[in-house]
Design a protein around this ligand. Sequence first.
Ligand code: AHR
Length: 629
Amino acid sequence: ALNIQLDKPSGKISPHMWGVFFEDINLGADGGIYAELVKNRSFEFDEPWMGWKKLENGVEGTYLLVNDSKRKGNKRYLRLNNAGNLKLGLQNEGFRGMGVKAGGAYEFSLQYQSTAKGMTIHVELLDPQNKVIGAAELPLDPVASWSEAAVKFPVNQTTDKAKLNVWFTGEGTLDVDMLSLFPVDTWKGRRKGLRKDMVQMLADMKPGFIRFPGGCIVEGRDLANRFQWKKTVGPISERELIINRWNTEFKHRLTPDYFQTFGLGFFEYFLLAEDIGATAVPILNCGMACQYNTGEVVPLDELDEYVQDALDLIEFANGSTATKWGQLRAEMGHPESFHLKMLGVGNENWGPQYIERLAVFKKALNEKHPEIKIIASSGTDPEGDRFDFLDDKLRAMNIDIIDEHYYRPPSWFLSSASRYDNYNRNGAKIFAGEYASHTTRPNGPGKSTWEAALSEAAFMTGLERNGDVVEMASYAPLFGHVDGWQWSPDLIWVDNLQVYGTPSYQVQKLYATNRGTAIIPIMRDGESVAGKDSLYASAVYDESSKELIVKVVNYNSQPKKVNLDVVSKKKLTATAELVTLANPDLNVSNSLEEPLNIRPKESTVVYNGKKLVQTFAPYSFTLIRLSTK
Ligand code: AHR
């Protein structure tokens, strides 16, 4: 029997326990959640014509790329010289096509300068057979300096592989930049905002936090290409793009066109966190590039700039509008504080160089902002040795939270359900900042099968039972685009129009939407519930809904009948609500065609006041809710 001591909570669970990890990997941001449809809109990619095609050849000098060093962040633009009877046009291929919907409205915009009269732009969207499925005219007023022009138009056909033609007519010289196409229908209707369906998937999880912007892109392949938050705020056209760290590593997987335009920058990340009720958890570069790449390290006497970035970020998020960075936040439309509470220093950095640099950050942050909790990275290590080395060092430094990453096979997740049962309760808490069960590691791309998801569910019972020391947890990576990805498995897959959650998504969602406030001791016949007879369990009480929530994983091909004994003075409701994810075949998965193969099924079961007898299906994850109201 499972013995549940409802009246003897053994600890508190952090309110932001279950969250999400966001990184621009697998076209997660550009080509993904950031709804821009034009690739290389400002001709700033290393190869300026990437994504573009000239529709008419013209004569020499008709399409001229100008590099103007005076332009902030975005130096290159296109000069079109039209002598009269020429027909000039450009075609953009989008991010592996453009996803557009019949009945939807789209907004084309650009920056331009031209004093010529009678300049007009004609835009048209084409389907894969080159049929026009939406078009608009945009007359341009003569202007002496850079201005914006925009036009909205409807589309009459759905396709995930549209392309955009932009024709320029009129005589004279026309400078253009930031050629852009967005759906009007974005998340919260924000102009040039985020893909609604993708954000909705996150909102549905009710995540306790959102970690951003990564991941390895925090570090960059080299320090010049590290993520610098200051370059991602302010006017979008002034945000300087860089090559994505995930661009070159996996060239064989066809992502040589992967750049970070930062249309989704730190302001937008904070806004997203606020929108979905999640605590913002930014991770900053610690003065070290990705150790799996160049491993560049900034000398200690040049670390000031990096530390200042951290201090200024706190001002940007929380500072009064009278401060420099607080004022920028207000100018961007958010005078109120974003209530930043914690930030990470370094991602998967290790060794003595990390400890030295972290110490400098910690001193400065503790002095100026003792209210901000510091998350330190303990990297990832297949054998676990690095964890132990860093763990000691980080604890000795009184770090608030240690960020552990585990990408391991299902067997590791199952045997690690007890990982934190006897963990050091003094000092640092744990952030399971990136984890996923990899069925095929190390030989190839993994698929988020039911096997992977169920082993994660089993492991997560262990995180939840130890919620007093495990402060936060997030699966990684979050998004994968079926036509352009570097890493698999991922939690959520998309194409240019659709989105679906993997079985792991269903597991994460069930945990996050059934979180508790207190840990309730749960034992099996006086023993641990971390895998004996392939059974795993955890229990929590939720103060706001006044419910006892029990989670049970049966990782067995046979059904398992179990008595649940709830010991309590509280009166429990006569009906228990059950939610089950189950499949006897561990290899099944969800897909764009069958997005809900593995999906939660709800039922109820009678509870006689003392005992609940439940038969857990083969290979199942079951959640039982009992109300004490
Ligand atoms: O989640 C994918 C990558 O895995 C992250 O960028 C990195 O932190 C880890 O190695």
